[in-house]
Design a binder for this molecule. Sequence first.
Ligand code: PXP
Length: 243
Amino acid sequence: MRLYINIDHVATVRQARLTDEPDPVRAAVLAELGGADGITVHLREDRRHIQDRDVRLLMETVRTGVNLELAATSEIVALACELRPMQATLVPEKREEVTTEGGLALSEAGHLKATKAALDRLSAAGIRTSLFVDPDDASLRASVDLGVDAVELHTGEYANADPTKRTEQIARLSRAAALASKLSLAVHAGHGLTYENVQPVAAIPEIEELNIGHSVIARSVFTGLEAAVREMGDIVRRARATT
Ligand code: PXP
């Protein structure tokens, strides 16, 4: 199990004042010292938090690996191919959203075509590819057809579910993880995971990577980033050790 820490919200605080602090590049160092297995950043088309400069510097300084989240648009895909992160995760993007709202709409022909074109370019640049998808059979089967290396299962519905519906949502994620693995896709998961709700997701045996941002960055305001990452890492690894 790998724990990737999404540091977008360090940049969110910086961009609130359009200044040069706090620096996500420094945050990545602390996340790694806290035991992060990788650093995730989302370079949005609107550049609302992470900037091109951040990704360029992270590519030079991160010692684990960079997972770049991006939309399948020509400009950002070209930048990814130039910078060559270890992994690229394609995500849907809407200007008006507060955060990524759902998995990729692979049932729509237009989206499918753009996704395929982006994946082909990223793979040709030697970048490991992943698709952020909802945990349903159709999305997983479409992902296999697209030839992607991994899928990141959207855990947002689980995270937002009424507590009485959590078991149902975990069963859905477990079924999706098992099917993805059977289809030879590497299985990642993320979105909305917190110190309080991550345990049952981390315990799903097929999941090999978690991407967690907001909860860890929020806690780091009080405890420091290194301690916040270490605490999340302990919960995740303990969950896996008991399965
Ligand atoms: N995975 C993906 C694909 C995301 O878009 C995000 C949010 O940027 C995350 C994981 C992390 O979500 P959160 O900040 O809620 O932990």
